[in-house]
Design a protein around this ligand. Structure first.
Ligand code: PPS
Length: 311
């Protein structure tokens, strides 16, 4: 399945045809979840692979054998991608499933389900930069043009997988109706051990200290960057051009500052304010000691809604 130049449009959202078909997308929207399923939900570039690794390590009680022997897409397949049914047929035990789909497309499938839903959000400015670089190396995504051009499309929600704003608002507004755990990339970055501990509690899979330490070690950026089962170096050059960038690119928070112009930042903040005004969601993108000026505090969003800390 190459289809590198094909775009699939499904419910007005575009998806890379290399990984998605109308059939695979319909399979996802009609999926029958089991109560034992764990669903990782992310907008692209928000920490998907990191959470796939974290769940693998938590469920394996810190044993890295699986994390080092099976690619992430086989351990936690994307529900909407064409190979998912085959992977799930071959899987045994509780399933980890991943999705980038917006809530409204999975709402009917999740209605009344007790499946665990883990939502990872990331500062959309860092998401935009990460996504831009990914477009340059992933030959199944359109040419992004300049960063300014890409950012306009990101803000208007016309990039593949749709609007970041709709994604975050759609899923988090359903926290009370789902078996839901909310976490940010930034929390994982600042407190990986504590994040893994909270995750293991939510998953009802408690780890002893040594198991937690091992899970933590294998989930660091440096470990994952070296792990071919998650760093996408297994993907052939014609699909991901590894000379144009690395999937495990920087793994930082707040790095958008090295890309955004002041004007792009101002424009972004205006769109963010308008789009998020009806949302209760509050974010901590960076810890106070990392805030370099009071001015930057204003552009950062504030405390996190405790009601989203797991259902
Ligand atoms: S995708 O394509 O949607 O599955 O991408 P996704 O995995 O969501 O996001 C990729 C970004 O996550 C970074 N990453 C990490 N950061 C810190 N620590 C760890 N362990 C880690 N693992 C992945 C990865 O580097 C991408 O971010 P950028 O900013 O591009 O470096």
């Amino acid at each position: 399945m190459a289809r590198l130049d094909v775009t699939e449009t499904f419910h007005h959202i575009s998806f890379p045809g290399h990984l998605h078909t109308q059939e695979s997308l319909s399979y996802a929207t009609g999926f029958q979840f089991q109560d034992s399923d764990t669903l990782i939900v992310t907008y692209p570039k928000s920490g998907t692979t990191w959470m796939q690794e974290a769940l693998t390590l938590v469920f394996s009680k810190g044993d890295s054998t699986l994390a080092h022997s099976m690619p992430n897409w086989a351990r936690a397949p994307w529900l909407e991608q064409y190979y998912c049914p085959e992977v799930l047929r071959a899987s045994r035990g509780p399933r980890i499933i991943t999705t980038h789909l917006p809530y409204h497309l999975l709402a009917p499938a999740l209605q009344g389900s007790k499946a665990k839903v883990i939502y990872v959000a990331r500062n959309p400015k860092d998401v935009a930069v990460s996504y831009y670089h990914f477009h340059k190396m992933a030959n199944f995504l359109p040419e992004p043009g300049s960063f300014g051009e890409f950012l306009s499309e990101f803000l208007s929600g016309t990039v593949h997988y749709g609007s970041w704003f709709d994604h975050v608002k759609g899923w988090t507004s359903q926290a009370r109706n789902l078996n839901f755990f909310y976490i940010t990339y930034e929390e994982m970055w600042q407190e990986l051990r504590g994040s893994l501990e909270r995750l293991s509690t939510f998953l009802q899979c408690p780890l002893v200290a040594a198991e937690l330490t091992s899970a933590q070690q294998h989930c660091t950026f440096s470990s994952m960057k070296e792990n071919s089962m998650v760093n996408y170096t297994l993907i052939p050059e014609e699909i991901m051009d590894h000379t144009k960038g690395q999937f495990m690119r920087k793994g930082k928070i707040g790095d958008w500052r090295n890309t955004f112009t002041e004007e792009q930042n101002r424009n972004f903040d205006e769109v963010f304010k308008a789009e998020m005004q009806d949302s209760q969601l509050r974010f901590v993108w960076e810890s106070p000691e990392k805030l370099d000026s009071p001015e930057s505090l204003k552009t950062r969003t504030v405390t996190q809604n405790p009601t989203l800390q797991g259902a």
